[in-house]
Design a protein around this ligand. Sequence first.
Ligand code: HEC
Length: 150
Amino acid sequence: MKKVTLALGAIALSIAVTVSAASPQQVIEARQKNFKAMGKAMKEAGDSIKTGTPNPAIIKASAALVAGNAGQIEKWFPVGTVTGGSIKTAAKADIWSDKASFAKAAGNFSNAAKTFKIAADDQDTTAMAKAMGALGGTCKGCHDTFRLKD
Ligand code: HEC
């Protein structure tokens, strides 16, 4: 009886391990989804700011989503996700070979995202527009270096 229990325990363990470890494809899909959501939030915020009378609800929601990714981006690129089998990824190998620069680009983004959130929470239109410009610059800064062009 004891042997059977042990064997079952081992099976349960191996299932748990398989389920919790995301495949490279899953990791890539998840990060692309996160980036897409961030792109949408940035566009909505940008469009609203351009009207001259930004909609507080839109700005706050967008800023919260983007700031929620501060400190997270680096984690979306674990080793082994430079390719994803059938899933196409635009991540450049430099992300892993030049970790320090990638961390710096991610850090610039995180700081700018926090600044934007403060301006959004304060409903300060001038500060918002300025912070949004700086934030957009950090997206581009990383893409120029670490994202493949189509
Ligand atoms: C530290 C680097 C870095 C920063 C900062 C960054 N990105 Fe990206 N982004 C990437 C990389 C790398 C990819 C490619 C991911 C892939 O294909 O696996 C990407 C992909 C994207 C995509 C395409 C997703 C898809 O596959 O459809 C969008 C949209 C995007 N980013 C928007 C943004 C926006 C908006 C910001 C700023 C608010 C931003 N990114 C900041 C590195 C970054």
